[in-house]
Design a binder for this molecule. Structure first.
Ligand SMILES: [Zn+2]
Length: 241
């Protein structure tokens, strides 16, 4: 039995967490925000009780209906995205994490909507201990990243849109703001994680997400000083700040 009094969440003692998890089980979409306020506020901080909840979340994800399952996986994925890749959490909770990974893998094939898909793909990476991209794929779905130029430091918008992909150093909705086209990587030359994500999104029929990945792992040019840079490196640099 888990002794919840030995753990803490965002509000202090975790005594109340089992009851909160009971309510989450009964109404996953309705209680998700409240659960996250306690176990993963702003989706960027986890506590001892957050990790202690993983076995229960894995059980829930296995037993609940399809619609609730996404909420459960998103909760567990947000928690795991807070664990550094060398954290002992991966060892201590290896069994529930393996279950959560397997269920996310299944859900991805049926995700449909690109927004759901990208969020679940981030969960999959968080269960694998992949850092940065377990949070930073979202721009593929929103269509925008903000990064710094490595040379002049100007704030650049990287737009990976349905119709055009470019960088701009100012509000690009304005008509006279310069847009410099991004240079896409060649899909056949993608390697490592970039290749795996590209192959996976294509296999899952997520054409829109797959189309953005060569731009995410391609190059951009600073509109102000003309310096070329790797988009993914700049996103990672902003993330590490
Ligand atoms: Zn620059």
């Amino acid at each position: 039995m888990t002794d919840w009094s030995t753990f803490s969440d965002a509000c202090g003692s975790a005594d109340h967490v089992p009851a909160l998890l009971d309510r989450f089980e009964a109404d996953a979409s309705g209680v998700w925000s409240e659960l996250m306020d306690h176990l993963c506020p702003q989706l960027d901080t986890a506590f001892s009780a957050s990790f202690a909840a993983l076995p229960r979340l894995a059980d829930l994800a296995s037993s609940c209906g399809e619609e609730d399952r996404q909420w459960v996986l998103l909760a567990a994925g947000a928690i795991m995205a807070c664990a550094p890749s060398d954290s002992d959490v991966f060892e201590v909770f290896s069994a529930p994490i393996a279950d959560l990974h397997r269920l996310t893998d299944q859900c991805l094939r049926e995700a449909g909507d690109p927004e759901n898909y990208v969020h679940l793909l981030q969960c999959l990476l968080s269960f694998e201990g992949v850092e940065i991209w377990d949070r930073c794929l979202e721009g593929l779905q929103t269509g925008e990243y903000e990064v710094d130029c490595p040379y002049c430091g100007v704030n650049m918008f990287i737009v990976i849109g349905k119709d055009s992909c470019f960088s701009a150093s100012d509000d690009y909705s304005l008509r006279d703001v310069e847009r410099v086209p991004l240079r896409s990587a060649k899909p056949e030359e993608l390697e490592g994680l970039a290749k795996r994500l590209h192959d996976r999104t294509l296999a899952d029929g997520q054409q829109l997400v797959a189309r953005g990945l060569p731009y995410l792992f391609g190059r951009a040019t600073c509109p102000d000083c003309g310096t070329a840079c790797e988009v993914a490196d700049r996103i990672a640099a902003r993330w590490m700040l």
